[in-house]
Design a binder for this molecule. Sequence first.
Ligand code: F6P
Length: 333
Amino acid sequence: MLRKKQMNKINNIGVLTSGGDSPGMNAAIRAVVRAAIYYDVKVTGILRGYEGLINNDFVDMDRKSVANIIQRGGTILKTARSDAFKTTEGRSLAYQNLKAQNIDALVVIGGDGTFTGANIFSKEFNFPIIGLPGTIDNDLVGTDFTIGYDSAINTVVDAVDKIRDTAESHDRLFIVEVMGRDSGLIALRSGIGVGAEAIMIPEANMNVDDILHKLDHSRKDKSSKIIIIAEGDDAGGAFKVGEVLQEKYPQYDTKISVLGHIQRGGKPTCMDRVLASRFGVAAVEGLLNGEKGVMVGQINREITFTPFDHAIKHIDAEKVSSTWLKLIDILSF
Ligand code: F6P
């Protein structure tokens, strides 16, 4: 058939989604399933991430089970954050269940928590695993973009454009909180995209006085002001910053908007669908060519494989360089 001569024999690939869902996860599942079938490999779905491995929640996947899902947000395999998988007992149960199902390799789709678990498990049992970066946070090293990031920032831009209309009509200052517990990358790009007057992100170490200074120096002819703050910023979230600003800046009628989980749902953008499709095929081909313990990524349009140890490092100086922060200052001046 179409299957190449494999370096290591893989007859059955398990696929799961884990951690916070992200738009495009379904497109990634579809690509993994279709690529496995193309190479004549069986593919088994695992429900609710690592919880499904431990609880024996397996489903056979075929071409039809992934039909008509490329455009859907969420994940048809469901997802969870598993505490049991953090224990040695949980992981050895998962390994026994995988063996009983004759699954020889895994594709895990998720973020840093997912890859931390995969890294430990693959070393503990010498089990081949490849990760696909599926998180709206874009906070993984070894890929320019993660699956879901583009959709999430477009959701933010859409929401904040609406907020700008009303802010402008009422001459108001809005503090908009976006997701990103450990990372300000959603705030950074969406902030540029909406023409924010300032952004507050964990990586930039900015306090409320810095924001006041920026507001003083931003365009005077623009009666509305938008500050985008990442959920994980040290200043403590939109409500806390709002209180201080209202006190120090009484001339502004300050309003707060927390966008929350709408950023995680909805149709994936075409960018995310294509990225997920490419990653899914690369993961299957990578496994068949002997890759393991790595995350698939795309850097400068090329497919890359980065060891889990490195991918979960969080800090990517390029992604949060001062050049990006300066861009906001220049554009709101
Ligand atoms: O990691 C993805 C993410 O959406 C973060 O941006 C956010 O901080 C976190 O998950 C929220 O997680 P939960 O849905 O479990 O509250």
